[in-house]
Design a protein around this ligand. Structure first.
Ligand code: ZN
Length: 414
């Protein structure tokens, strides 16, 4: 995962443009996604697909002739969607086009102006403070033209048409945690899913944030509404901490499963309300769309966020692996989520089935106690509900449920 992040890191991504296509081509080499194109100007609910933005080069030149804020040295130096410019202006005028962070003087900030035509440069505050008065040259060799917005999709069929929906974004330039961690964990999850037998169908998308998820929802609304039983926005998965953002409806299966995994697999985590939302869950849970969709993030309140310090040193392979396991567990729990009924009135006689101790002793061992506890809640309840009642993770009680089913003591509702 880290190697893939390293390969994707230098690419200048945005809502549209060659950087997104290159990113999707590299992902396509790993997993069989199909890439879709939507022309600029296409209406998607209240939004319009913007013009395509591409950039070749950009720099500022000081009065003494030295170049700085060079796009080729760091793509964050140029504000995303900057219109082309080639001018000479005094520092005073240039200042209104410069962005830096006084409280993080060594970081280049990430800035965009997608829907207002503008141009700008981002640089470290330390460098900005050294700028002497005089006339500066500002050059941005970009283009804003009718083109297309690209996103990628993969439908992995299961036994049922009911779907689990996974979404991540591909629109940020060179940043690691808040960009590449989501797609690289997604690629790994897809490889894993393809190697499993699946009850559910899996719908995987890589979209530019906001406009991409709105476009996607507008083109797939009926299928999403008819089939999605749980969805997850996965992003910012390469650092410490664990958090989830609840769906707008708050008590959907996705909410309960995500919380169950956090409680039993992680322990310490931040549970955020819908009011704390930030990513594409905003669109997928919106009124009228209303999908059971939650966000899974590690720690999103980190100082390096949306700066050049969110780089490959900031994320760790170990963290990416933990995130993979975390999301995988959520999917496994969904797959093992069924309703169970006991087939026998009163306690079944477990001894004659070899499911009880042979000799009566003072206490029941853990396995017998767990088996009996599970059995006592097979009253049409779900495996998640049973796990909750006996305070054990679903992945621990699942083998018992299978054993009890094999022994003919319980049955799974279809
Ligand atoms: Zn971001």
């Amino acid at each position: 995962m880290y190697d893939l992040a390293k390969e994707l890191f230098p690419i200048c991504r945005s809502l549209t443009g060659e950087g997104v296509r290159e990113t999707l081509r590299i992902i396509q080499r790993e997993i069989p996604i199909s890439v879709h194109s939507v022309p600029s100007g296409t209406q998607a609910f209240d939004w319009t697909v913007p013009q395509e933005w591409n950039i070749e080069d950009a720099w500022l030149e000081a009065p003494d002739g030295h170049r700085f804020a060079e796009f080729k040295k760091h793509n964050l130096h140029v504000m995303g969607y900057s219109e082309p410019v080639d001018c000479r202006i005094p520092l005073q005028t240039l200042q209104s086009h410069l962005h830096s962070l006084p409280n993080m003087p060594d970081a280049i900030p990430y800035r965009t102006s997608y829907y207002n035509r503008n141009w700008g440069f981002c640089l470290t505050h330390r460098e900005r403070e050294t700028l002497a008065d005089g006339i500066y040259a500002a050059v941005i060799k970009s283009s804003l033209k009718p083109g297309k917005l690209n996103y990628a999709e993969l439908i992995i069929p299961g036994e049922t048409e009911k779907e689990v929906f996974l979404s991540t974004y591909i629109c940020h330039p060179s940043m690691a945690n808040d960009q590449l961690s989501g797609p690289v964990v997604m690629v790994e999850l897809v490889k894993w899913l393809l190697s499993q037998s699946r009850h559910y169908t899996y719908r995987i998308v890589f979209v530019p944030e906001t406009i991409g998820s709105i476009v996607y929802a507008s083109r797939n609304l009926e299928a999403l509404k008819a089939n999605v039983i749980a969805g997850f926005n996965i992003a910012c998965l390469g650092n410490d901490g664990y958090s989830m953002v609840h769906s707008r409806a708050r008590h959907t299966l996705a909410d309960s499963i995500a919380k169950h995994v956090l409680e039993h697999h992680i322990g310490h985590y931040t549970e955020m309300d819908w009011l704390d939302r930030g990513g594409d869950e905003r669109q997928y849970c919106a009124p009228g769309i209303n999908l059971p969709f939650v966000a899974l993030w590690r720690n999103v309140n980190y100082p390096e966020y949306h700066t050049s310090l969110d780089n490959l040193d900031y994320i760790k392979e170990e963290r990416l692996k933990e995130s993979f396991t975390w999301v995988r567990l959520c999917l496994e729990c969904l797959e093992m989520h069924h309703l169970y009924d006991s087939k026998i009135l009163c306690e079944p006689q477990m001894g004659k089935r070899g499911l009880y101790r042979a000799i009566g002793t003072e206490a029941l061992d853990d396995a017998i106690r767990t088996r009996m506890n599970i059995l006592s809640y097979c009253d049409g309840r779900s495996s998640l509900g049973i796990a909750h009642m006996i305070n054990r993770p679903m992945w621990e009680i699942n083998p018992y449920l299978k054993e009890l089913e094999m022994a003919g003591l319980i049955e799974r509702r279809p």
